[in-house]
Design a protein around this ligand. Structure first.
Ligand SMILES: [Zn+2]
Ligand SMILES: [Zn+2]
Length: 309
């Protein structure tokens, strides 16, 4: 059984098994029911949860800026949440900046709305390339046509860039070949808040977009980048799942590393992807991690494909 969803030119056909618990896909009549829930992180920062990837919001003396923007049908609700939290009654006054953690539609769907309203979009250079062109995610039978100009990042970086806004110094760091080829880790150095985009799924197996250059080795390296600078007080925003801390990220990193090592051994023994699934290399982890939107079988096959040349 397959369900087809269509909005702003993107067609998603996702197997019902994935559909049931997918962290970001709704039929259009359900958009009205989505609420944007703010989680205060101190220092004018919030994590915003609605439907799609978790967002970040900063409010301060320099104005407002956001990290990611979920889906186009939610843009007005996101703007309303920003207005209400910032006390800004100038309806339609767009955030100054929008940082995209990567190109996927559950993180960039509002780009055209915000970019068209004057928000300056910032992202890794590969995000601009991905949005400019056509993209497909075969696993989800998803095809994205070229995005309109208003949806494209106008400031891009390759390895690292800094922003100095609202009393904080932010580092945007590239995490190479992780969830995609264009992931940004966004570090609020003063507030001790880190947005990891989809390099971090908290307590669920992470999708890896191998067709966009993602890999499990890059995901582990992304977690290590953040573990090296985080402390026990750090607030870590995952792309999907609840607000996290360093211990949650460490558990995620340990899970990834053990599964990678289990699969590496099986690959070395010459096993095929199906044989590797049968060997159950995630046996120790399914109880805690297979409760998200990917089943263990599907996830193991994704990891295997990311480890093959
Ligand atoms: Zn996502
Ligand atoms: Zn993603």
């Amino acid at each position: 059984m397959k369900k087809i969803i269509q909005h702003y030119g993107i067609t998603l056909g996702i197997a019902a098994a994935l559909m049931a618990t997918s962290p970001g896909v709704l039929t259009s009549e359900h958009w009205d029911e989505v609420e944007i829930k703010p989680i205060p992180l101190g220092a004018g920062l919030y994590m915003l949860m609605g439907n799609g990837g978790n967002m970040g919001l900063s409010i301060g003396e320099d104005g407002t800026f956001i990290i990611d923007d979920q889906y186009a049908p939610l843009a007005d609700k996101i703007q309303a949440a920003i207005n209400s939290l910032s006390g800004n009654d100038l309806s339609g006054s767009s955030p100054r900046f929008l940082i995209n953690t990567h190109w996927h539609g559950d993180h960039t769907g509002g780009n055209e709305h915000f970019g068209g309203g004057g928000t300056v979009i910032i992202a890794h250079e590969n995000v601009r390339e991905a949005l400019k062109g056509e993209k497909t995610i075969p696993l989800f039978n998803m095809h994205k046509p070229p995005s309109p100009k208003a949806a494209l990042p106008v400031i891009t970086f390759s390895e690292e860039m800094s922003l100095h806004l609202n009393g904080d110094d932010l580092s945007l760091r590239h995490a190479p070949s992780a969830h995609t080829d264009g992931d940004a880790l966004i570090v609020f150095n003063n507030a001790n808040v880190i947005h990891m985009g989809d390099t971090f799924f908290n307590r669920m197996y992470p999708f890896i977009d191998v067709d966009s250059g993602g890999s499990i080795a890059g995901l582990i390296a992304a977690a290590d980048q953040v573990l090296a600078i985080a402390n026990d007080e750090s607030k870590i925003i995952p792309g999907h799942g609840a607000l996290a801390n360093k211990a949650d990220l460490q558990a995620y990193r340990d899970m990834l590393a053990e599964v990678e090592s289990n699969i590496a051994e099986l690959l070395k023994a010459g096993k095929s992807a199906d044989e590797i699934v049968d060997e159950w290399p995630t046996a120790d982890f399914d109880g805690a991690w297979a409760n998200g939107f990917l089943t263990a079988d599907v996830w193991v096959k994704i990891v295997v494909s990311s480890m093959q040349p």
